[in-house]
Design a protein around this ligand. Sequence first.
Ligand code: NAD
Length: 328
Amino acid sequence: MGDRIVVTGGAGFIGSHLADALVARGDEVHVLDNLATGRRSQVPEGATFHELDVSDVDAVARLAEQIGPVARWYHLAAQADVRVSVEDPAFDARVNVIGTISVLAAARLHGAPVTFASTGGAIYGEVDAPADEEHPQLPPSPYGAAKLAGEVFLAQDSRLNGARHAVVRYANVYGPRQDPHGEAGVVAIFAGRVLAGRAATIFGDGEQVRDYVYVGDVVAATIAAADAAAAGTDDDLREGGLRIPVYNVGTGVATSVVELWDAVERVHGSSLERDFQPKREGEILRSVIDASRARTRLGVSFDTPLEDGLAATIQWLSSRDEAPASRV
Ligand SMILES: NC(=O)c1ccc[n+]([C@@H]2O[C@H](COP(=O)([O-])OP(=O)(O)OC[C@H]3O[C@@H](n4cnc5c(N)ncnc54)[C@H](O)[C@@H]3O)[C@@H](O)[C@H]2O)c1
């Protein structure tokens, strides 16, 4: 048996792929999730499922006591819908800030390090060129602000207790099991549209660009960040305890909405209408991140070709009874 691991949000899109990978490498995996957006069916069979609200500090501490010494926590449970955060910032902060504080307190019980799933685009905001980790942090939404606050709490906990925490800042993650409401939701929506033979709705001129990174590459980078923390190969990024390692996770490639729709159509072999609608106020026009640090330091790559990842996503959606995008 490998290490005992907790994955919060392990019933969700990225967390369930992460839990799969950890089970496959022989770890004892505990998934903590309240199924707000996750699905019980996505938790791997080899993992133990705990239905819990991550912001319930006492319940999470009780769980940590109950399962015994944990080697690592991966904290992915989140309210990940930017629009919800704008409508109800207090709810967002309860899940994303209090939830992170709750995980830190539980992990401290056995001195376990936490690897925290943060966000690139929602922290850097509008960018001119691919943003590296030192780019000014200007979160345009309460969601981005809450994620940044979570990072600050990790760093503070690390300074105080010497815990080897790490942060991974994801770009727009896509792939099988993704929900249309996440940061890369447009991929799930477009995939659902081609399967339903319906036109794409494109807001504005469709020239807004994002950095789409495949979920398999994201999982590999997340595990590699935790491995580097455990092996101590990231000590220089800790600067004697002053900082914690932060890694961008993305391709650095800018793909516009129109290019994405073209690629989805190409992969599916269809040619449908485009329904251009007025641009959405406040939408970021350019969000691309520079993941050179993760590539060189962690030895990971983000090279899954967009068309291969889209093919896997469309195939997964078509194998489901009800495509989520058909509800959007
Ligand atoms: N998908 C992306 O493009 C993207 C980009 C940047 C960052 N992230 C981050 O990656 C992580 C995973 O995102 P995802 O896309 O898989 O989203 P997701 O919604 O599929 O996963 C989040 C999981 O957290 C669970 N959850 C929500 N509130 C909870 C609570 N109070 N208690 C316990 N569990 C709770 C949900 O049920 C779900 O299973 C999140 O932290 C998200 O902020 C995602």
